[in-house]
Design a protein around this ligand. Structure first.
Ligand code: DAH
Length: 337
């Protein structure tokens, strides 16, 4: 074996020893053994004098490089060690360093709460696409083309017959097409409308729709489900007011108000002195919607409802501007950790 091979072997032996050592004493031992006066690298250097000039130059340079490399490795391992504390320096009574961690956005918290409540009532969760076809967003839901009811929802068009869904109700049309009753579903998700942004309206917001289809479903079942949800969500003593309304996909249709959570119905600024807060739309699924999805509307009936997540969150936490949810001001969001 040549002297150069010896040097290489010594170098790798030394580096391995360094990486396996964990104390200042162990590093010193390595230094003495390899680089000390009687060390093995030093021994190689001592033999140089006997060699011919050109070999001496070559091996000398290599030995010096190995020496420097070992020295630097020892130094950096020592540095690493000195920044660590030994077990005896560790004080378990000192406060830890707080790590900033993310939290669930208030809107997701409220959406999860809504879903959890319905889940407890036996509803399963289904989802659909944010970019929807005109068919599912409108036509399947009994909005005929050019029908004025389409103006109820200012639509953002993507291209040709594609729209950003204006409500989560299209998931109902999709689900009914591919499943057989009995069906009991909620559909949380994002929705979009071409609205002027204000304290009460935004272009992107969230809804949870729900629907149940089976034989013999009546308006009493709808009322029972809404009452059960509102009591679980807003508290046992909440009062409900069902008002007749219109939606193309339900007949009859209603809007539901809960007694104002702030003034308990006495009248205040939040409820505009009416004592009531509107929280959702609902009704019995229009037979046309069932027929469009290939479900026999003579045999099956169903109810449906839809609620706005921002609206519920604003009521529950007494937030007076919808834009606060989307500004991502950490001072606002931190209140809901
Ligand atoms: N999709 C309606 C809206 O965005 C809300 C709604 C009302 C949904 C009645 C329903 C329903 O499922 O039955 O204004």
């Amino acid at each position: 074996m040549s002297v150069l091979d010896d040097l290489k072997n010594l170098e790798s032996e030394a580096l391995e020893r360094i990486s396996n050592s964990g104390s200042l004493d162990a590093f010193n031992e390595v230094r003495v053994q390899f680089l000390g006066k009687k060390g093995s690298i030093t021994a190689v250097l001592k033999t140089l004098g006997k060699l011919p000039v050109d070999e001496r130059k070559l091996i000398g340079a290599s030995a010096n490089a190995v020496r420097t490399n070992i020295e630097e490795n020892i130094k950096s391992a020592q540095n690493k060690l000195s920044t660590c504390k030994t077990a005896s320096d560790f004080d378990p009574t000192l406060p830890g360093t707080a790590q900033p961690i993310g939290t669930i956005h208030i809107l997701n918290q409220v959406m999860n709460d809504i879903c959890r409540t319905f889940y407890g009532m036996g509803f399963e969760i289904a989802k659909g696409p944010d970019v929807e076809t005109d068919y599912y967003n409108f036509e399947a839901l009994n909005f005929p083309p050019d029908h004025p009811a389409r103006d109820m929802q200012d639509t953002l068009f993507v291209e040709n017959d594609r729209v950003l869904r204006t409500h989560t109700t299209p998931v109902q049309a999709r689900f009914l097409e591919t499943h057989k009753p009995p069906i009991k579903i909620i559909t949380p998700g994002k929705t979009f409308r071409n609205e002027a942004i204000s304290t009460r309206a935004h272009v992107a917001f969230h809804q949870v729709d729900g629907f149940l289809v089976d034989e013999g479903v009546s308006i009493a079942d709808l009322k029972g489900a809404i009452v059960a949800f509102c009591k679980a969500f807003f508290g046992e003593d909440v009062k409900l007011n069902f008002r007749p309304s219109f939606f193309p996909f339900t007949e009859p249709s209603a809007e539901v108000d809960v007694s104002c959570i702030l003034c308990k119905g006495k009248g205040c600024q939040l409820c505009k002195y009416t004592g009531w807060l509107e929280i959702l739309g609902c009704g019995m699924i229009d037979p046309n919607v069932l027929d469009n999805a290939g479900i026999d509307s003579e045999k099956y009936t169903g109810y449906a409802f839809g609620l706005g997540v921002e609206r519920i969150a604003m009521l529950k936490y007494k937030i007076n501007d919808i834009r606060l949810f989307f500004n991502n001001d950490i001072r606002f969001l931190r209140q809901f950790i």
